[in-house]
Design a protein around this ligand. Sequence first.
Ligand SMILES: NC(=O)c1ccc[n+]([C@@H]2O[C@H](COP(=O)([O-])OP(=O)(O)OC[C@H]3O[C@@H](n4cnc5c(N)ncnc54)[C@H](O)[C@@H]3O)[C@@H](O)[C@H]2O)c1
Length: 250
Amino acid sequence: MTHTLSGKVALVTGGARGIGAAIAKAFAAEGAAVAITYHEHGAEASSVVADVVAAGSRIAAIKADVATEEDATASVRETVARFGALDILVNNAGVILEKPLLETTTADFDWLMSINLRGTFMTGREAIRHMVSAGSGRVVNIASDLGYFGREQFSVYCASKAAILNLTKSWAKEFAPNILVNAIAPGPIDTDMLDLANMSPEWRKKEEMIPMARIGQPKEVAAAAVFLAGPSASFMTGQTIDPNGGSVMP
Ligand SMILES: NC(=O)c1ccc[n+]([C@@H]2O[C@H](COP(=O)([O-])OP(=O)(O)OC[C@H]3O[C@@H](n4cnc5c(N)ncnc54)[C@H](O)[C@@H]3O)[C@@H](O)[C@H]2O)c1
């Protein structure tokens, strides 16, 4: 079996569960040494570490809040200190907010943007600083299909993801050809964020009203991340891959 990420070092923010954990495990299975950050999910982070170590790969869990500048920069520094390099950053950490606009406070807006957008900006800037000195690197930003089409009661989340799609293109232009920056915009994926167990049957039906008529799995997003981080994506920058079951065809 070929290991497409052998010798590479990756940092996955919010890698304790869901899509981030699937990406961390997939990168490790492809031969990368992986650092994951976690904020509140320490037990889940330990379980990802145990799984990856049991599979014979190298992994470190770093406690870091992406919304805090000191933590965001420290997570990059610690990854380099631990594994000697940083070749791949996945900006995955994110939160969602379902609220009618007229009930959404400025504090709600600042909270969500500080994690989804400012967190991506701060971790990305620090990682790219390192990649510029190293002369190469890959950045993969996790956006959402909602970043294309918006959704009632989710406007702040949708706006944060639309901004991530745009930031991806600007960074791609600014740092080509040595640092390749791409995004993934998943459709509905079975994680705690989607909360299928507590979703009403009507809403679940709505989520499944896409051409593939099902909700995706985290590993189906991880496959896109492995591609974008690996040698096969050597002519890809400023692009978005859409594992979304056909929910939107941008
Ligand atoms: N699940 C979906 O349907 C879906 C669809 C499109 C995009 N996404 C995006 O995928 C990414 C991962 O989401 P998920 O579905 O795995 O949800 P999740 O809630 O399981 O995972 C989110 C992760 O982000 C971490 N996180 C949250 N705030 C943080 C902070 N301040 N600092 C560090 N880490 C923090 C959480 O601890 C968690 O590990 C998010 O950016 C999300 O917006 C998810």
